[in-house]
Design a protein around this ligand. Structure first.
Ligand code: 5AD
Length: 435
């Protein structure tokens, strides 16, 4: 049978990107960038905030006409929105053939063949725990970096977050399977892997802890760099820090969401740490690991957030000086405890927008200053590809995760080179190849 043409649109986190590659592999499909040429169209969705959720419906709406013209094309929704709304999506969108929860990817080939043979519409949001990690992602030839999932689901219960409800409780993957998948990628030319999990550093399995997994990855030959995301603050352990100190391939960078600088808000969010504890932990990481970088996520406008609470988030930016921060306005999500809060507790939309703008302005200045502080240093850059803007330039990232552009031949792609930093920009830095 000829391979199917798959058009897949992906929203949301790295786990969704990874899952889209698993979907591609599960179907043994050829990816097309033209939905009109596709045999199967899939939108892999994100439910983290209302906006992302709405985006799923508007994206799917676009394929109504294609389905009307060609009833044989199979249109499906995957990811967290699929899990959240289940069969109500089939009712709402008559052109949809299937709804697939994020844990049900291994069942996809059977679902597609059932649709083809029996012309039935399907909702699959259940899963077999033994199969959870069964499909390894499709790997695009020539890619220098890759993700490896080490965990699915989440055992934390942050009161704003929908993830545990759509991705389920934490399930950790076997160490041997993680290492084998990583080795397979390295054999295909990948130089840098990022272990991914909702709270990646809470990974544990058969007596092994996250630090042990990092060390095991450090023993893989020809693997230049090891990263991981996203870390949960309270699961940072000595074993993890020691591994980061001892294994030179582990990049000195952590993405560590703080969410708020106010203890009242942190407690209402059920983040299980205080501002002071977070600052101490960051200081400890910076003391122990040389030239350490930290990025974060922040939510503004959480129910009950006062001007004073927000001010505490602003002072935290000064105290920590994150390399970068992703920030969001709180969005109530169905089924989460925080979504039950209503009335006076809720922060007005305009207030939240003003706070977000203020926070983003300050952080963008800090990021710019931090980027400029690198000028004059010589950094190791893993070259990932041609630069988008200039054909004589290549692009890569420093160990601290800064995007770096510099003049150099495409032949450098896949190698680690030394670059002298000459200029700090808003979202990246520029440099010169050191020869
Ligand atoms: N509203 C706004 N932002 C959210 N995040 C998670 N849930 C919500 C929500 N309900 C943010 C957090 C998290 C990031 C991935 O998305 O900052 O770290």
């Amino acid at each position: 049978m000829p391979k199917k043409n798959l058009y897949i649109e992906t929203y949301g986190c790295q786990m969704n990107e990874y899952d889209s590659d698993r979907i591609t592999a599960a179907l043994d499909a050829v990816v097309t960038d033209d939905p009109k040429r596709a045999d199967v169209i899939i939108v892999n969705t994100c439910a983290i905030r209302d906006k992302a959720d709405q985006k799923a419906f508007s994206s799917l709406g676009k394929y109504k006409h294609i389905k009307a013209k060609n009833p044989d094309v199979i249109v499906g929704v995957a990811g967290c929105v699929a899990q959240l709304y289940g069969d109500s999506m089939l009712k709402r969108m008559p052109h949809l053939d299937f709804v697939l929860g994020p844990r049900a990817i291994p069942k996809l080939p059977e679902i597609i063949s059932d649709i083809e043979r029996k012309k039935i519409r399907t909702v699959e949001t259940s899963y077999d725990i033994e199969e959870l990690f069964d499909v390894e992602p499709y790997h695009k030839a020539g890619e220098v970096t890759g993700f490896v999932s080490v965990q699915q689901g989440c055992n934390k219960r942050c009161t704003y977050c929908i993830v545990p409800y759509v991705r389920g409780d934490e399930v950790n993957r076997a160490l041997e399977d993680i290492i084998t998948e990583t080795e397979n990628l390295v054999n295909k030319g990948v130089r840098e892997i990022t272990f991914i999990g909702q709270t990646v550093n809470s990974w544990k399995q058969k007596g092994y802890k996250f630090g042990d997994l990092l060390r095991a990855a450090g023993d893989i030959e020809d693997l230049e760099r090891i990263r991981f995301t996203t870390s949960y603050p309270r699961d940072i352990t000595k074993r993890m820090i020691d591994a980061m100190k001892d294994v030179p391939q582990i990049c000195p960078h952590i993405h560590l969401p703080v969410q708020s600088g106010s203890n009242d808000v942190l407690s209402k969010m059920n983040r299980t740490y205080s501002r002071e504890w977070f600052v101490d932990t960051v200081n400890r990481l910076r003391d122990e690991i040389a030239d350490f970088a930290i990025s974060t996520d922040i939510i503004v406008g959480f129910p009950g957030e006062t001007d004073k609470d927000f001010e505490e988030t602003m002072t935290l930016l000064e105290e920590i000086r994150f390399e970068s921060a992703f920030s969001f306005i709180y969005s109530p999500r169905p089924g989460t405890p925080a979504a039950e809060i209503s009335g006076d507790e809720c922060v007005e939309k305009e207030v939240a927008s003003t706070r977000l703008a203020q926070l983003q302005q300050r952080q963008s200045d800090i990021t710019f200053e931090n980027n400029n502080n690198r000028v004059g240093t010589i950094e190791e850059v893993l070259v990932e590809g041609p630069s988008k803007k200039n054909e004589n330039f290549v692009t890569g990232r420093t160990t601290q995760n800064r995007i770096t552009n510099f003049m150099g031949p495409q032949a450098l792609i896949g190698s680690v080179v030394k670059v002298k930093i000459t200029e700090g920009l808003q979202n990246s830095i520029r440099g010169e190849l050191v020869v």
